[in-house]
Design a protein around this ligand. Structure first.
Ligand code: PLP
Length: 402
């Protein structure tokens, strides 16, 4: 008899729909040539890291000894790296963080898994807003806690406060927000962050325990026009930040990010200790050392936002002109498009006939939408537009775009 964990086997066998599309794309590229497949499936940034990032890597390799560059750091992260991040945030947000508030991680996925493991015990509930990053479900359920979905306002994809209030119970341990959002591109307004903070404070008093607000912020700096992303620790005391440099510095394969536990958060020292314990229990040991040294030099820098804005404008303007209904993305690099037929999976299948790879959003908790990751070459976006036009024409001839 083979003794394995069935839950893990299922996670391994049921690949995410995004990965499936990505694999389909690779197969199709081999058949008809990469230039003929318009792959919008993955959030792998195409805009390069600022040149200082590679300069910092070269400088480390050329001028520092191997143990410093490649050796273990302390579990919570290199002190100089954490101090650099604290100083950068203090300057940008008039905050007063210390290096002791930071725990370096292998990206936002690890930040989330660690903080959820640190906080939850079986029976706890965590609230997420649809649409949400599908891995939240895996991260939450493997702690024994329960994921509670709350629908966002269907027109704006901002928080629906009456639904949120109904969903909060005595078991609610935390609420996860992700703004700018993957997959909608929506940024929560300052007014809504203030309302959220007020509601959570009220519920904390009512239930007599903290409700942590976990802000998953890999896209914090990726916003367009004059949009400002409220820095949530300023608005709500019991906030824990999960950050990643995967998107802001275009380093997703380097696996580097952090958890920020502010002093003001309830039981802050215990939460931080539990974060260290969870990192240990999950076997992370320490975040990649070379990248920690790079971040010491480069935190606060961002890939060229104008290039992303050019892509955003190009694809949003074209698709709306063709008749698709799209949520206007103020941040991140995703376009959320209403499926012209009720089943977004069928729409995604139809799009494949035009060699367009669009992710149906059912696993994000929002059926009836597809996600387009436009962090691809501008040239590919331009070449894909005739295919989108044909797809729109197909639906308008069929029954009209809804
Ligand atoms: N959270 C959200 C909302 C994301 O979109 C992603 C990646 O796409 C992650 C977390 C994980 O990011 P990382 O690569 O830093 O682990």
């Amino acid at each position: 008899m083979i003794m394995i964990n069935e839950q893990m086997k299922n996670y391994g066998n049921n690949r995410s729909v995004i990965r499936d599309l990505f694999e389909f794309g690779n197969q199709k590229k081999a058949e008809i040539g990469a230039e003929n497949v318009f792959d919008f499936s993955l959030g792998n940034p195409n805009v390069p890291a600022p040149k200082y990032v590679n300069m910092a890597v070269r400088n480390l390799i050329d001028n520092y000894d191997d143990v410093y560059v490649h050796g273990y750091t302390s579990a919570q992260g290199d002190a100089a790296c954490r101090q650099a991040i604290a100083s950068d945030l203090n300057e940008r947000y008039a905050a007063h963080f210390r290096k002791e508030n930071f725990y370096m991680t292998c990206g936002a996925a690890a930040s989330l898994k660690i903080i959820l493991t640190a906080l939850y015990t079986p029976g706890d509930e965590v609230i997420v807003f649809t649409p949400y990053f599908p891995e939240y479900r895996v991260f939450v359920e493997t702690t024994g806690a329960k994921l509670v979905e709350v629908s966002s306002d269907p027109d704006t994809f901002q928080i629906d406060f009456s639904l949120l209030e109904e969903a909060i119970s005595a078991n609610t341990k935390s609420v996860i927000i992700n703004s700018p959002n993957n997959p909608s591109g929506v940024v929560y307004t300052e007014e809504n962050i203030i309302r959220l903070a007020a509601l959570l404070e009220k519920k904390e008093k009512e239930y007599g325990h903290p409700i942590y607000l976990i802000t998953d912020e890999p896209y914090r700096e990726l916003v367009y026009d004059d949009i400002k992303v409220p820095f949530v620790t300023k608005y709500y005391r019991d906030t824990v930040v999960c950050y990643s440099f995967s998107k802001s510095l275009a380093l997703p394969g380097e696996r580097i990010g952090y958890i920020l536990v502010p002093d003001e958060a309830a039981d802050s020292a215990d939460v931080y200790a539990a974060v260290c314990g969870a990192g240990r229990a999950l076997g992370y040991v320490c975040a990649p050392s070379m990248m920690q040294h790079v971040i010491e030099k480069c935190c606060g820098m961002v890939s060229d936002i104008n290039e992303y804005k050019e892509k955003r404008d190009l694809i949003y303007n074209a698709l709306t002109e063709y008749g698709f209904s799209c949520i206007h993305p103020d941040g991140a690099f995703y376009l959320f498009v209403r499926s012209p037929e009720p089943d977004a999976n069928a729409f995604s299948e139809k799009a494949k006939e035009f060699n367009l790879l669009l992710v149906p959003a059912d696993s994000f908790g929002t059926p009836g939408f597809v996600r387009i990751a436009y962090c691809v070459s501008t040239d590919m976006i331009k070449r894909s537009l005739p295919a989108f036009k044909k797809l729109a024409d197909y639906y308008s001839q069929k029954e009209g775009l809804e």
